[in-house]
Design a protein around this ligand. Structure first.
Ligand SMILES: [Zn+2]
Length: 224
């Protein structure tokens, strides 16, 4: 498949932002930031606004993983979050898109410093078979906060998301629409898990659930 052009990538990020806004998974402020990996060495397109609910294609800036601007103009708030996105691309070669939001139900788990339990069927379809871990809090943009995220990425090499203690979440995937969809599913899971706790609490999957799910999806041709 041909790689997407810059303008196609910009359009796709805008579409993903709209999906987040339309599904109601952004916090009330509409805060968030998004990036996609660019072809070439250590490059990404990243949002230059912290309010993504009405994102425009021109609000994406091309930067290196070290924060050097290649195209566009960066505001100081965005400069802070470059390391948070870059560390995921550096750790996970298969990741091509990263999104950060304060999605309220998922962030409730982050505020409680509790992993988001893997108990919802939709997680299995994303290949998630373990709880979404929490990276310890440290000031936003600090080296310490990045070190804490990287520690969780290394401890859980298969999870496509990390909760940020007392802060929010990071979701990452092969493309930006998949990263957005994962946030929708995590927010659903968090909401339903909290509700389940009022009627006795969530229950774990059987141990062989992922394998059974895979077999089922293969049979129906929905697993590539
Ligand atoms: Zn944040």
């Amino acid at each position: 498949m041909e790689p997407l052009s810059y303008s196609e990538l910009r359009e796709q990020v805008v579409q993903a932002a709209q999906r987040l806004a339309q599904t109601g998974v952004l916090s009330r402020s509409g805060h968030g930031n998004m990036s996609v990996r660019l072809p070439g060495k250590d490059l990404m397109l990243i949002t230059s606004t912290s309010h993504i609910a009405h994102l425009l294609p021109e609000q994406l800036v091309a930067v290196t993983f070290d924060g050097e601007v290649v195209e566009g103009e960066l505001d100081p708030v965005t400069r802070e979050i470059i390391g948070m996105h870059a560390c995921v691309y550096r750790e996970r070669q298969d990741v091509h898109a990263v999104i950060h939001t304060h999605s309220p139900r998922v962030t409730s788990f982050a505020l409680a410093n509790q992993p988001l339990p893997c108990v919802y069927e939709a997680f299995l379809r994303f290949g998630i078979v373990e709880d979404i871990p929490v990276a310890d809090w440290a000031p936003r943009g600090s080296q310490e906060s990045i070190t804490n995220i990287v520690a969780q990425l290394r401890a859980h090499p298969l999870v496509p998301a990390v909760l940020l203690g007392n802060h929010g979440l990071l979701s990452f995937s092969r493309d930006i629409l998949a990263a957005a969809q994962l946030i929708v599913i995590m927010e659903e899971a968090a909401e339903m898990t909290l509700d389940a706790r009022s009627i006795g609490g969530e229950k774990p999957f059987p141990a062989d659930a992922l394998e059974r799910e895979r077999q089922h999806m293969q049979r129906f041709g929905s697993l590539s």
